[in-house]
Design a protein around this ligand. Structure first.
Ligand code: ZN
Ligand code: ZN
Length: 651
């Protein structure tokens, strides 16, 4: 018999008969590996464990520990879902069913939308099919016959997929579960070898979908599910989903009255009283940080002639994302989607000398991007937003020190919010503008800055922008999700496009380099992060309403107002709940509104000039004089993130 050689990831190789499968290779290595094997990679291609290896090859067995393992497992679960649906809903047509980062989905054409009871029945059917340990089998079918087969079964979408994806191929890859009557799908695989491998899955919800995601196409019903290797991991994930749902900024924002939306202004936020206070607190905090660091705040125009966007290059490359407007005389104009081009004009508005550099422009005015309506989500994907945006104009020699100063700013700001984060350095991409030597110098300067600022980082090779390298920051929130926020990007190109110059110490003209940077990123997104991180229970310095004074009876209202007046004079944000309601109800409502402090005022307090202090997380703190409370609150406000841990979410 013909022998071939398979090379394993550790470099060792062994001789096996031609036609040996990766499953057999795994079994020859160890029974444990054979049991853990899900699929395999043969010469860089993912295949089933039953794939016959017919020539010398590199073979890697995919298990739960491999990066691809969960993906194969979830995609196999999507097939199981489709099998269950076609059995329970005869006539249902199958679309596509990929694995995702969070689980999997499958799209179907059905007579009516799925209801929750359907999901229960489908999941039950999936469990039944899994318990029967049915084989997933790959079959190569003659292409024309496959198309005829799916056409005769009333599955025109599969016929269309085969037509588009396999043009010119005589055979196409189909997978059955047990046999083609149980389930068959056109798919390249790979999948697990039997349904019994699928141990822990859950269907989550349904949504409307369209064939190929295009609203002009056939409407479909999408079923989302998730799958894990163990019931324990599945349960932990479901708990995280539940926790995320409780913290969802859209829900919390509505419950505590921060903002609202209206269909007539899609993707643009209506900030309500408390939300505006929060927004302004952040805006002013950023000013407080930036002014001593040498920044100048600008307010530049919102609408510009297209000439500006042509010079910046956005007209050529970014126009479909911009709101275009027409001036009175037919002038073509664009609403600003970023501040940089305007800042270039400000730099160029005066003769600059090297003594003026670094020159740091900060701006918080609104930006507009014409995002597709389908992607708009709460505060995280919007059309109107503001950034804590700045552009630092520097000389080549100043890059390292300026970036170090920026890194220290990021560290300070995230520290004030008690947020943990990671830094990533992205280097020269395949396609780039400028000289390699300039890039090398810039990357070295960034590394030097990271080092001096004591900032740990990872490197994303080749992930920089075409105009310069960058450093990005990912914040990890209280439930472990990552949010990309701060960015520091070097740019050699834009100052050149705008012909910017400064007079150097050598009396000659030079082009400055600009550093685009933001620390919050957009205020909208950062507020979404804060809401979800703190679950709406903002630390005292950020809470839109910091204190509520609760008179026990009408006769205590005047004293309560006097207390509130003193707190206000001390700079605290305070209100008085004078409603004729029971004190316990007032406390409960303030608690739901996540107000940090409740000060209860009754006969004794009014007589003694004190308040009974309650904290939303720790409850009754005892009686204090008003002056004592003010002093304690002031200390807590100035400590910012240093004292305020995110509170647990109740209910
Ligand atoms: Zn598949
Ligand atoms: Zn910029």
């Amino acid at each position: 018999m013909n022998e071939i050689s398979v090379t394993l990831p550790d470099g060792s190789s062994r001789r096996v008969p031609a036609g040996t499968t990766p499953g057999e290779v795994a079994a020859a290595i160890s029974p444990r590996l054979a049991k853990a094997a899900l699929a395999a990679e043969v010469d860089g291609r993912l295949v089933d464990l039953r794939y016959p290896i017919d020539r010398d090859a590199r073979v890697r067995v995919i298990t739960a520990d491999s990066p691809e393992g969960l993906h194969v497992y979830r995609h196999s679960t999507a097939h199981l879902l489709a099998a269950a649906v076609t059995q329970l809903f005869p006539g249902a047509q199958c679309g596509i069913g990929p694995a995702t980062d969070e689980g999997f989905f499958y799209d179907f054409v059905v007579d009516r939308p799925f209801v929750p009871e359907d999901l229960e029945a489908i999941e039950q059917k999936m469990k039944e099919l899994a318990s029967q340990d049915l084989p997933y089998e790959r079959q190569m079918w003659n292409r024309d016959e496959a198309m005829q087969f799916f056409a005769s079964r009333g599955e025109p979408l599969k016929v269309q997929l085969i037509e588009e994806k396999t043009a010119g191929q005589p055979e196409v890859s189909c997978y059955t579960i047990r046999d083609r009557d149980t389930f068959v799908d056109f798919c390249v695989g790979p999948h697990v070898s039997t349904s019994g491998r699928l141990k822990a899955f859950k269907l989550l919800n349904t949504s409307n979908a369209y064939w190929k995601g295009d609203a002009k196409n056939q409407p479909m019903q999408r079923i989302y599910g998730t799958a894990f290797f163990s019931e324990k991991d599945l349960q932990a994930h479901l708990q995280r989903i539940e926790e995320a749902r409780k913290r969802d900024h859209r829900r919390v924002g509505r419950d505590v009255g921060l903002f609202t939306f209206h269909p007539w202004a899609p993707g643009a936020t209506f900030w309500l009283g408390k939300g505006t206070t929060l927004y302004n607190t952040l805006a002013n905090y950023m000013r407080e940080v930036l002014f001593p660091a040498g920044y100048v705040e600008l307010k530049t125009p919102l609408v510009y002639n297209k000439g500006l966007w042509e010079t910046s290059g956005h007209w050529q490359h970014y126009r479909e994302n911009m709101f275009l407007v027409e001036g009175r005389d037919g002038e073509e104009m664009g609403v600003k989607a970023m501040n940089c081009p305007g800042h270039m004009l400000v730099f160029g508005s005066e003769m600059r000398s090297y003594r003026d550099l670094p020159l740091r422009f900060h701006e918080q005015t609104p930006l507009h991007r014409n995002e597709a309506s389908g992607v708009l989500t709460g505060l995280t994907r919007v059309r109107q937003f503001s950034q804590d945006d700045a552009h630092c104009f520097v000389t080549e020699e100043q890059i390292a020190s300026e970036v170090e100063a920026l890194l220290r700013l990021v560290q300070r700001v995230y520290g004030d919010f008690g947020l943990s984060y990671e830094a990533k350095l992205s280097t020269r991409p395949e396609e780039f503008l400028g000289e390699v030597a300039t890039w090398d110098h810039a990357e070295a300067a960034l590394k030097e800055a990271l080092q001096s600022a004591g900032q740990a980082y990872t490197v994303n090779e080749g992930d920089g922008a075409f105009y310069g390298p960058k450093i990005d920051f990912d914040i990890t929130d209280a439930i472990g999700r990552k949010w990309q926020c701060a960015t520091i990007q070097l740019d050699y190109q834009m100052p050149q496009r705008f012909g910017l110059r400064y007079i150097g110490a050598d009396n000659a003209e030079h082009t400055p380099i600009v550093i685009h940077r933001a620390i919050f990123g957009s205020f909208e997104r950062f507020i979404a992060l804060l809401i979800e991180h703190y679950a709406g229970a903002f630390p005292l310095w950020l809470a839109p309403l910091q204190v509520t004074v609760l008179p026990i009876a009408d006769r205590h209202a005047e004293y309560a107002r006097a207390v509130a007046g003193r707190l206000e004079a001390a700079g605290l944000r305070v209100d008085v709940d004078e409603r004729q309601e029971k004190i316990n109800l007032k406390i409960r409502e303030a608690q739901l509104q996540k107000v940090p402090y409740m000060l209860v005022a009754g006969d004794r307090e009014a007589a003694e000039g004190t308040v009974a202090v309650r904290h939303r997380a720790t409850g009754d703190l005892g009686t204090r004089t008003v002056a004592e409370f003010i002093e304690q609150a002031a200390r807590e406000v100035s400590a910012r993130g240093a004292v305020s841990a995110p509170a647990a979410v109740a209910g």
